[in-house]
Design a protein around this ligand. Structure first.
Ligand code: ZN
Length: 449
């Protein structure tokens, strides 16, 4: 059946035949394996979610089973409308309809049972939709990757400046404050500490006010923190590196005990660590190192910043954007990260996959191609080349949006995970911003960062 016709059927109310489906693990599969699976006997349609591939057809799909593609599950009588994608949001404690089939690229593939209804999207950070046949929801970088390029000798020393222990110390400092979005004293202490870190690096610090709705109605004022490096030769070409510093508890309105170590002291301390790595190399282009407030309520800080750039006309100067939201947790020793943007920004995404392959080969990069729900969205909507970097296990982090999201609870893989994402991001931004080691100078008198 042509995909277009199948898509039409999926969205129509008429009865369509049920398929049998097989879920396989393609973590170790080659690109040729994956292509062959999609064309195997009996396969009528498929869905790819990072390292999971669901194959559906009637009769049941048949393919040679090999160690490279372990079968994880069989599903019978699957009607296309029963399979839905859930973009995982902040619905801690709510019951979620359907059963989980697979997860990948910040999305869950779920199967609705009789009587389950697909919820309407609610809030800024969750969405639901019916699966489109033959859809790549997320794609492992390695499947399409050329051989890794050798390290650039001018970039490698910049990447080597990333210090995961120093980053974790910053994360722990930030998590020592209750940074509830609606809080005041301790949130402001964190805000001012971030500004001090930027100032210590010689950055120009601004804390512009913005307005957002308060917890009980009315309007409250919060601040983003900007540390501006002005480019030495191209000051009107800007890179934005950002993460939110506010936090929340399971109750969105709560103002008590939201240490937010993983969400998102990890990303915020990551912005500071990236500045520490990059700034000593005097980037040729301008970099705005940014920590946003008001993310948890509706991306207020990043949205207001983009609006301010649009009002001043400076939005035209923004070349690329990197955002980070939850970069420290890994449920196991295998380090996986999602880089998320629109599929139309493949060229920009590929910078991150390639940088990881060259400088951080232990990091498995998956591209998540249906972006939602973090500070990358306002920039994407403004048409900017933008990625979100996020570790791939964030949705199974047991302490997400809880008082127990503490540094210790991020677990034993935190330095490896956070360090891997930061080295990848520094490699890309060093190249984009022209932050390069002066090798002549290094050889003459050494470089002390
Ligand atoms: Zn977050």
């Amino acid at each position: 059946m042509p995909p277009a016709l199948l898509a039409l059927l999926l969205h129509s109310a008429v009865a369509v035949p049920a398929d049998d489906a097989v879920l396989v693990d393609i973590r170790e599969a080659s690109a040729a394996d994956v292509a062959a699976l999609k064309q195997a006997d009996g396969v009528r349609w498929w869905v790819e979610l990072g390292d999971r591939l669901m194959l559906a057809g009637d009769p049941p799909p048949r393919f040679p089973v090999s160690a490279a593609v372990p079968v994880l599950g069989h599903f019978t009588d699957v009607r296309p409308g029963e399979l839905v994608l859930r973009g995982v949001g902040c619905d801690v404690g709510e019951s979620v309809p359907g059963t989980l089939v697979a997860r990948g690229g910040r999305w869950q593939l779920r199967r609705l049972g009789a009587g389950d209804a697909m919820p309407a999207a609610h809030g800024h950070d969750e969405s639901w939709r019916v699966v489109e046949p033959n859809e790549v929801v997320a794609r492992q970088y390695r499947l399409d990757a050329p051989l890794a390029a050798p390290p650039d000798p001018e970039i490698l020393p910049v990447v080597q400046q990333v210090d995961a222990a120093r980053w974790f110390a910053g994360l722990s400092q930030l998590a020592s404050w209750d940074r509830s979005s609606y809080g005041t004293t301790s949130l402001f202490a964190a805000r001012d500490w971030i500004g001090e870190q930027f100032a210590d690096l010689g950055l120009e610090v601004e804390k512009p006010d913005f307005a957002m709705p308060g917890p009980g109605g009315g309007t409250i004022t919060r601040q983003n923190v900007i540390g501006r490096w002005t480019g030495t030769t191209h000051p009107d070409e800007w890179i934005v590196v950002g993460a939110h510093y506010d936090s929340r508890n399971a109750s969105l309105g709560s103002t008590v005990s939201a240490p937010g170590a993983e969400d998102n002291a990890s990303g915020c301390a990551g912005v500071i660590e990236m500045a520490r790595a990059l700034v000593p190399f005097h980037p040729q282009r301008t970099i705005l190192f940014m920590c946003y407030a008001g993310e948890e309520q509706n991306l207020y800080g990043s949205t207001r910043h983009v609006q301010a750039l649009q009002a001043s006309g400076d939005i035209a100067k923004v070349m690329q954007v990197v955002t980070m939201d939850m970069i420290g947790y890994s449920a196991d020793e295998r380090l996986d990260a999602d880089y998320e943007s629109y599929a139309s920004q493949q060229g920009y995404l590929d910078r991150f996959g390639a940088a990881a392959a060259t400088y951080v080969p232990e990091l498995h990069v998956t591209y998540s191609l249906n972006p939602f729900g973090s500070d990358h969205m306002p920039y994407l909507r403004a048409g900017k080349e933008t990625v979100l970097a996020i570790e791939s296990d964030w949705d199974i982090y047991p302490y997400y949006h809880k008082s127990s999201d503490t540094p210790a609870n991020i677990g034993p893989n935190v330095l490896g995970m956070g360090g891997a994402i930061l080295r990848t991001n520094v490699a890309v931004v060093a190249d984009l911003a022209g932050a390069r080691a002066d090798l002549d100078r290094v050889f003459e008198d050494g470089f002390d960062g």
